[in-house]
Design a binder for this molecule. Sequence first.
Ligand code: IPD
Ligand code: CA
Ligand code: CA
Length: 256
Amino acid sequence: MQIEDVKNIALEAGELIRSYFGKKFEVEYKKNESNLVTEVDKASENLIKEFINKKFPSHNILAEEGGRINNNGEYTWVVDPIDGTTNFAHGLPIFSVSIGIQKNDETVLGVVYDVMMDVMYSAEKGSGAFANEKQMFVSNNSNLKHALLVTGFPYDISDNPDNALEKFAALTKASRGMRRLGSAAIDFCYVSKGVFDGFWEVSLHPWDICGGKLIAEEAGGLVTNFKGEQINIYSKQILCTNGKIHNKMIEILCRN
Ligand code: IPD
Ligand code: CA
Ligand code: CA
C-alpha cells in the first residue's frame, strides 16, 4: 500500500465534503442533540470504504459511522470521515478527513486532510511528518506560561462527571491561552506543526486519535494519557505535547 493512495482517497473525500459546505444537507442526532451526523459524513465514509474494499479487500475497517468490518487481515483502516462534524454542520470551516492505518496493532501510516485549508498532513512510521510536502516539527518551548494549548469536550459533557471544565480552567490560567477548534485530528496536526504546544482531551475515540497520534509522534511530539503512560488508540484520555511541557501539564491535569 502506498501513502499516495491514502492521500488521494482523503483528498477525494475532502472534495466531496467541500462541495456540500454551506449548502443544505440532512442532519440527524446520534445520542443527543449535540452529537450530530450528516448525510455528508455517511457519503464520505462510503467513498473511503468502497475504495478500501475494492483496492484492499483483505484489510479491516474501523470507521466512525459504520462500525467494524473484520476481514481477519493484518491491516486495519481507522477512519473518521469528517472530524469536526459540528463545525461542518454550522458552516465553520474547521474539519478534516482522518485516516490511520494499523498493521496488527501498530499504527504505520496517518493522513489528516484539512478540507478548507487544503492541507494534507501525513506520516509513515519512522519517516517524519509532513504538511503537504514540508516536513513539520513540534515547538521548542519549555515554558508553560508561553504555551498555546488546545482541547475539546465530549458530547456527553452535561452528564459526564469527568467533564474537563476544572482542568480547562486550571490550564487556561497556567498557559498563554487555550483554544477549542472542534477537530481533534487537526489539533494533533497543529501540535505537530508547532502552532500549539499541547493538546489534551478527556474522552476521544480511535478514529479521532489514530492518524493524528502518529503524525504528532513523527514530528517529535509525545502522546500519553494524563499519567504520562503510553497509550493505544482505544485510550480515551489524550495528552499530546512537544515533550517539553508534558510533565508540567501532567501535574495540573492530575491535580484538577
Ligand atoms: C469530535 C471532534 C472534537 C472533539 C470531540 C470529537 P467528530 O469528532 O474531534 O474536536 O472534541 O471529542 O468527538 O464527532 O466531529 O468526528
Ligand atoms: Ca472525530
Ligand atoms: Ca466524525
